[in-house]
Design a binder for this molecule. Structure first.
Ligand code: XMP
Length: 520
């Protein structure tokens, strides 16, 4: 499935910047559709009538490493307005006869730029101020401006911090307007797309809903689609979207692994089967999972067992539904973007992630991935547009292997029950104190150590409960959340006093890196 070929857009050519996705998000937040394409893949013919503007991203390369084979100059010679950001700015200069060299003073972090000339690109950016703060991150810079380019703003170290060639519709900025540290950065992007590219808004959750429902109907026709529902945001939005599009031809399967949060299976059935009337098969596989996990304590083994068993059970039930042609998955846009391939770097495998995606290859089903052009925040907004509750949409992420990886050591039914209770009290306390939505992810874990305590006049010898609560943008990096002493004290008392089996609570204050968010 692809997005409407006729939708006007801003095309972002990715040269490997860590901020490329942010550029696309900023543009979409402004109500305009944007797509990212690698500089290695873009062809001259991609610049068709729907492309109303081109943005060349930043990147780790040096402009002299980009030869004509890896980036065709004609791409920016079609009269479509072009904005170059950092490396993109240097490329525009180089391709037009300017020069780029290593800066004497590298600029990383905040710098002040001051206005030298008027331009649509900086309209209302400076207001009455003489200078604004921008976020720089570069080692090279333009050292000689090509002919017919004008300086719009300069910083102390970058004379050509903002430049333009009005005639050719070229604009360049040495800093990163897409990051929030740049003052009025979004305004600059907005000036580019509305004043220079003259675009009209075409991207809202309502537009997406209507379009995606139409696309799904066109793609699957009268055929049946299966979907593994986990109750998490992505699979919930996919299920509800398909429910609206094809109703009873959608068959969702929800597998209760016994490793879910307290009452989660009841909530999923109540929401999807009872409230939203989705065609849902509930599979209680609790016993099978516990049996397979008996005496397993190695984290990777746990993950593999759970992932494989999940697929086996899913297939078992999917086969009972006759004439299925499609499998729906909640793949998101960041999964598709190959920006990291620009530098060729590959991060080593830390954990083998498992979720309901990637299922099941053997069945030879065609994939329906309606969210594959959306970012997570867009999926959330679409979910609300589809009538899913805020409760489902803004839930903290929950890993596929569930409580198994929050319980280092062996897994027993007794430990699962203790952990479910502790986690429930913790999450409830976060909600009661209006902290839940300030935190990106929080959970309780049960550590495989017993320690001594005293309750009343009696000695106890029970498990250690670990609480983790982090703030994050995307789960790639994270920091621990700083609770007030009174809150942490209250929840510690609640857990120890209410749950038999736990007599001590600790709070995890490591960030990611060096730790990961989950324990295993
Ligand atoms: P880590 O522990 O790798 O977690 O720092 C980053 C984010 O990913 C989630 N996570 C998973 N999600 N299947 C998933 O769907 C998995 O196997 C899995 N392992 C970790 C984790 O909860 C956090 O949000």
């Amino acid at each position: 499935m692809s997005l409407d070929q006729n939708l006007n857009k801003i095309l972002i050519v990715d040269f490997g910047s860590q901020f490329t996705q942010l550029i696309a998000r900023r543009i979409r937040e402004l109500g305009i559709f944007s797509e990212i394409i690698s500089h290695k893949k873009i062809k001259n013919k991609d610049i068709n009538y729907t492309v109303k503007g081109i943005i060349l991203s930043g990147g780790p390369l040096n402009v002299y490493q980009i030869n004509k084979y890896s980036f065709d100059k004609k791409i920016i010679q079609k009269g479509v307005p072009v904005l170059g950001i950092c490396f993109g700015h240097q490329i525009i200069s180089k391709l037009n006869g300017g020069k780029v060299k290593q800066s004497k003073h590298r600029e990383f972090g905040l710098a002040n730029i001051s206005k030298k000339n008027n331009s649509l690109l900086i309209k209302n950016l400076f207001n009455k101020k003489k200078s604004i703060k921008v976020w720089m991150s570069h080692a090279d810079q333009v050292s000689k401006l090509p002919k017919n380019f004008k300086i719009i703003a300069s910083s102390q170290n970058s004379k050509f911090a903002v430049v333009e060639n009005r005639l050719k519709n070229y604009y360049g900025v040495q800093f990163h307007p897409e990051v929030t540290h740049t003052e009025n950065g979004k305004k600059l992007i907005s000036n580019f797309i509305f004043l220079i590219c003259k675009m009209r808004k075409n991207w809202s959750s309502k537009d997406q809903k209507i379009k995606l429902i139409k696309d799904v109907r066109k793609m699957v026709g009268d055929n049946k689609v299966i979907c593994a529902l986990s109750g998490g945001v992505d699979s919930s939005v996919v299920a509800q979207l398909l429910n609206k599009a094809i109703g009873k031809n959608l068959h969702c399967i929800f597998v209760n692994t016994g490793l879910l949060r307290k009452n989660e299976e009841k909530q999923v059935v109540a929401t999807f089967k009872k409230r939203l009337k989705i065609n849902l098969t509930y599979v209680n596989a609790e016993r099978e999972f516990i049996r397979k996990l008996t005496n397993i304590s190695d984290p990777e083994k746990k993950r593999k067992i759970i992932g494989n068993l999940f697929i086996k059970i899913f297939e078992r039930y999917a086969k009972k539904i006759k004439n299925v042609k499609f499998l729906a998955q909640g793949t998101l846009y960041p999964d598709l973007i190959e920006s990291r391939s620009v530098t060729g770097s590959q991060t080593s495998k830390i954990k083998s992630h498992h979720n309901v995606g990637g299922l099941p290859k053997k069945m030879k089903l065609k994939l329906v991935e309606p969210l594959k052009f959306l970012f997570k925040d867009e999926v959330r907004k679409l979910g609300l547009e589809l009538n899913l509750s805020k409760e489902i949409i803004s839930r903290h992420p929950f890993p596929g292997p569930g409580l198994a990886i929050r319980m280092p050591g062996i897994i027993t039914k007794e430990k699962i029950n203790i952990l479910k209770e502790a986690d429930h009290y913790f999450i409830q306390a976060l909600r009661d104190h209006n902290l839940y939505h300030k935190i990106w992810q929080a959970y309780a874990a049960l550590l495989p150590v017993k320690t001594v305590g005293v309750m009343g006049d009696n000695r106890t010898y029970e498990y250690l409960c670990l609480l983790r609560a982090i703030t994050s943008e995307d789960g790639m990096t994270a920091d621990f959340y700083e609770f007030k002493k009174s809150f942490i004290q209250e929840i510690s008392n609640k857990i120890v006093n209410s749950i038999r089996g736990i007599n001590r609570v600790v709070y995890d204050i490591t960030s990611k890196p060096p730790s990961t968010i989950e324990l295993e």
